[in-house]
Ligand binder design. Structure first.
Ligand SMILES: Nc1nc2c(ncn2[C@@H]2O[C@H](COP(=O)(O)OP(=O)(O)O)[C@@H](O)[C@H]2O)c(=O)[nH]1
Ligand SMILES: [Mg+2]
Length: 257
């Protein structure tokens, strides 16, 4: 068995992390690949899958709210910080599976994992050299050029904070019309197209700061292509898997082992 690969699904609330975690696991099962799911969201309710390793076994959002008399937001933050205290337990549980792929579903709100220290700590503690971030861009926030730019900035910020290899996933692409999807792909492939679209938008604020932002995106944001995914028929999952194989195994497919 090779060393396992950790795939972290990260994105804004409702961007489709848990759904993609589930779809990825199911796709892998169908292909005879060995993968486990890890839920890192202490406040998760109604997950679409039954996690193999579950942070809720150690941390309960409800209990933290009651014990420390915190509201839901304060408790979420406390829980996020507590993740770091349970890292050894999480690692032991994951190691026991001796699996090839570990699918990490991160907390609902991106900032809890990306901007606080615990997320970075967990990645470094587990296996940073075998980790990849799948950053989910929510298409409902990316239909306009400036919306797409703000989503890319969050992705770059995530890359800046976590410092791991990262791919950009356009989740819920099935909710876009074909022209909308093509337009977003165009913006992603060609920074000039994006710049032109920004310039056509009305607000002058965008024009003032767009040059600097587009320069940043040109440098860091569009190095990796955008991977559209959808809820049904495992749309887009094979492409992400192939990219991950390229990254870690030089294209060698574990299925052929
Ligand atoms: N149409 C469509 N809906 C999706 C897709 N992925 C997630 N959703 C829906 O978006 C909502 C939020 O998804 P979830 O996976 O819980 O997001 P999370 O907060 O990032 O974990 C749920 O109602 C999902 O059914 C997708 O690819 N296509
Ligand atoms: Mg979720």
């Amino acid at each position: 068995m090779k060393e396992e690969i950790f795939i972290y699904f990260i994105g804004t609330a409702g961007s489709g992390k848990s759904t993609l975690t589930n779809n990825f696991k199911q796709w892998m099962n169908l292909r005879g690949l060995d993968a486990i799911t890890v839920n890192l969201d202490p406040g998760a309710e109604n997950l679409p899958y039954d996690p193999d390793v579950d942070i809720r076994d150690w941390i309960s959002l409800k209990e933290i709210m009651e014990t420390y008399e915190l509201g839901p937001n304060g408790a979420q933050i406390a829980c996020a910080d507590m993740l770091a205290l349970n890292t050894s337990d999480i690692k032991k549980s994951i190691d026991a599976f001796k699996t090839d792929y570990v699918l990490m579903d991160t907390p609902g709100q991106l900032e809890l994992f990306v901007f606080r220290e615990a997320g970075k700590y967990i990645i470094k503690f587990l296996k940073p050299e075998r980790s990849i971030i799948a950053y989910l861009l929510d298409p409902s926030l990316a239909k306009t050029a400036s919306g797409f730019v703000s989503q890319l900035l969050l992705s770059i910020n995530t890359n800046f904070r976590l410092g791991e290899s990262q791919i950009n996933v356009l989740s819920k692409a099935d909710m876009l019309s074909n022209p909308e999807l093509e337009q977003i792909k165009n913006w992603s492939d060609d920074i000039e197209e994006l710049e032109n679209a920004i310039m056509k938008e009305e607000s002058s604020v965008y024009r003032e700061i767009s040059e600097g932002i587009l320069h940043l995106i040109g440098e860091f944001g569009t190095q990796s292509k955008l991977f559209p995914t959808g809820k049904t028929d495992f749309f887009g999952i094979e492409d992400i898997y192939t990219q991950i194989q390229l990254q870690f195994e030089g294209g060698e497919d574990l299925m052929s082992d």
